[in-house]
Design a protein around this ligand. Structure first.
Ligand code: IFM
Length: 713
């Protein structure tokens, strides 16, 4: 039976703005993505994006300093595979189009769009375009064009060639992408049915091939007659980076659709979430999970761009978003993908060691704040490189993966080394200082997750994460002593890490009784929220950074994120901390609300948890941040899962035990989630007065549910 909450159509959306719809209905398979363009409009924002395919350019600084990032890395917008041209019997283009309907099916991965296409006389036909990406062979897309006359009859020429004109608009918004005009296109083969182009970037020296095959011909003439339709299929191909394409044995459209349907069926089998009684919310969650997995590189060489493959925003860069917001979903539903995301970090470990040397650290690795190839691409170090918490975020994701899978082999071959090299960074980048007559280990000049506070001393989140990273390294050294020795660890180094972890300073305000965001945070005046007009949000687009940094104002969860992750402060302190930081947080970052919701659920602030969650769940579907046209907020897609499962569902691994606390919102009668845990598939059903656990397959498992440990079969 069809599930009504596993599809979305334009009627479910409040905006019909074309570039917004291009994002919302974009399709991807981890390797490449295609925006849902109007096929005849030649939109400047339409196109194909390949995960990890970027061009570099020099970063131009007014004043440069040692160690600044040198090169931009910009994801390349490639030709639009949907694009087509139709010409009438007088050789005039059908150049007007109007979107009539559009819907995306999350159970098959099929996007269905219908347009009314008209010539200069206003005579028209209806074009239905179906698009679906192959998932097993991720280089393939199937496109089916079906044409039905409205009041135009007679000759039409359909012309399908690669359109390589690409005009991206320049903008001052730092979240948008810069233009790339250093591409070379070479037509390699062309016959009546197939066209292949090779795209080469001038500076990053990457290339790939795109091809399309139209069985009825690249330029085909047909005649539209009353009550008749014309259908033809286009099979499109996008090679791997520096790869080649095989144009023989192409699959048929139906085969691509079947492949996609099989993929999505298995996906929902392992990862579904159902909330009783709110169809539009279920739809939003299903949409989020569909787009999250679509956005994710699965090959161990690529990662998850902050906007997925749905838009060029943030230039296709990978951030800490992956480890803290997206990989939890994969660890618990598709650990193979979680593993490959960590493998990507391993693949840039050498670059990260070099970066640590540039920062003056003689051992260890510093992962880049924003990057594709491992090199730092942030030109603004106060909110870029200074966010070195990314090292510990990666270690945290490895710990999560290990807890959920118990994959010792992976830890021996990859995990240990990554945790060790990040711990070495912390050991060398911080320093001892005397605080309240005690020797404490500190991190000076650091930026935490909150990007409205920069270059402060002892950011609580960073210090808490560094402590975790060092302790985790010590645990792993003890667990894998032979491998640790091979990696050059001595008993002295191990003890040094343990001692530093114990001495790390965690700022705490005695009077307020809460953890302090950093050494200076409470000394600053609170941002004048009462006199800030609504239209001045997000603040980053209206105030100089130095205006913002001088106030207590948060863009996103910072200290509270540490509280969420470590669950190590008393209920009373958490309530006070939440209350304090909530008042100074703007949520100008889409990474914020999910954490506020999850924590509110844990504290018992039910209405707040629900309200923040509703905004999180529908961030892109209601264009909450106002910039979904640039691409989806993929961290938030993962954040919405995190809120449901770890917030309302209270799921975490604590003291080696899967632990669940039922915080079901009053608005729901039932929540059912599916997760994988150490080789088992589980369904957890939360009701108002009970929590049921079903082990769908796998061995019995002890679980702590609402404080009581029981073995479930
Ligand atoms: O990584 C985030 C950051 O935390 C807030 N600004 C946007 C980045 C990319 O999503």
């Amino acid at each position: 039976m069809k599930n009504d909450t596993k599809n979305i159509s334009i009627h479910d959306l409040q905006s019909n703005e074309p570039s917004y719809l291009e994002t919302i209905f974009s399709l991807a398979n981890g390797h490449f993505g295609i925006r849902a363009s109007d096929p005849i409009a030649n939109s400047s924002t339409a196109g194909t994006l390949v995960n990890g395919f970027y061009e570099t350019s020099d970063i131009t600084y007014g004043e440069v300093a040692y160690g600044y990032a040198k090169k931009n890395q910009t994801i390349v917008k490639l030709p639009d595979l949907r694009n087509i041209k139709f010409v009438d019997d007088q050789q005039r283009a059908f150049d007007q189009s109007q979107l009539i309907s559009e819907s995306l099916d999350f159970e098959t991965g099929l996007l269905n769009s219908t347009y009314k296409i008209s010539n200069p006389d206003g005579k028209s036909f209806e074009l239905n375009l179906q698009a679906v990406l192959q998932q097993s062979n991720d280089e393939v897309i199937g496109l089916r064009y079906t044409i039905k006359p409205v009041d135009y009859f007679g000759k039409v020429v359909g012309i399908k060639h690669f359109n390589t004109d690409s005009a991206t608009q320049k903008s001052d918004d730092p979240r948008k992408s810069r233009t790339v005009d250093t591409l070379t296109y070479a037509k390699k083969t062309i016959d009546g049915q197939q066209e292949l182009i090779e795209v080469t970037t001038k500076y990053s020296q990457m290339s790939l091939a795109m091809a399309m095959s139209v069985s009825t011909g690249l330029e085909q003439v047909f005649s539209l007659q009353p009550n008749q339709t014309v259908t033809f299929d286009v099979i499109g191909l996008v090679s791997k980076i520096n790869g080649i394409l095989d144009l023989d044995n192409l699959p048929k459209f139906e085969e691509i659709l079947k492949d996609s349907t099989d993929f999505w069926q298995e996906f929902w089998q392992n990862s579904d979430i159902e909330i009783s009684g709110d169809d539009s919310l279920n739809q939003a969650i299903h949409y989020n999970l569909f787009q999250l997995v679509s956005s994710t590189g699965r090959d161990g060489k690529t990662n998850i761009p902050a906007k997925g493959l749905s838009g060029t925003g943030y230039e296709g860069h990978y951030f800490w978003d992956t480890e803290m917001y997206m990989s939890p979903f994969f660890a618990y539903t598709n650990p193979e993908i979680a593993k490959n995301l960590i493998k990507y970090r391993y693949s840039v470990l050498d670059e990260s060691k070099k970066r640590a040397r540039t920062l003056g650290v003689k051992e260890g690795a510093l992962f880049s704040w924003r990057t594709i190839n491992g090199q730092e691409a942030s030109a603004y170090y106060p909110a870029g490189t200074a966010q070195y918490h990314i090292d510990a975020d990666i270690a945290y994701a490895i710990d999560r993966y290990y807890k959920v899978t118990d994959d010792k082999e992976f830890m021996k071959n990859y995990g240990l080394e990554l945790v060790l090299e990040t711990a070495r960074f912390w050991k060398n980048f911080g320093s001892y200082s005397e605080i309240h007559c005690k020797k404490r280990f500190c991190f000076f000049d650091v930026t935490g997750p909150d990007e409205y506070t920069a270059l402060v001393n002892n950011n609580y989140y960073t210090n808490r994460m560094a402590k975790f990273n060092l302790l985790f390294a010590v645990d792993l050294i003890d667990e894998f002593p032979k491998k640790a020795k091979e990696l050059g660890v001595s008993a002295k180094e191990r003890d040094q890490m343990a001692n530093i972890a114990a001495a790390i300073f965690l700022p705490y305000d005695q009077i307020k009784g809460i953890n302090q965001q950093d050494d200076s945070s409470f000394k600053k005046p609170v941002w004048p929220f009462e006199t800030t007009p609504k239209e001045n949000y997000p603040l980053l687009l209206h105030y100089h950074p130095l205006t913002i940094y001088r106030y207590q104002v948060n863009k996103q969860a910072d200290t509270l994120l540490a509280d969420f992750l470590f669950d190590d402060i008393s209920h009373d302190q958490l309530v006070k901390e939440y209350d304090y930081y909530e008042k100074i947080t703007t949520h100008d970052s889409s990474l914020s609300r999910s954490i506020f919701s999850a924590l509110a659920a844990r504290i018992g602030l039910k209405q707040k948890a629900y309200d923040y969650f509703m905004a999180t769940a529908k961030t892109d579907l209601i264009d909450l941040q106002g910039n979904s046209a640039d691409g989806l907020h993929v961290a938030n897609l993962g954040g919405s899962w995190l809120t449901i499962v770890s917030g309302f569902g209270g799921l975490r691994v604590k003291d080696g035990l899967l632990t669940i606390d039922n915080h079901l919102p009053d608005q729901w009668d039932k929540l059912a989630i599916r997760i994988k845990y150490q080789g088992r598939l589980l369904e957890i059903v939360y009701r108002k007065d009970a929590t049921e656990i079903h082990i769908i397959h796998g061995e019995p498992l002890p679980i702590k549910v609402d404080g009581i440990e029981e073995t479930f079969k």
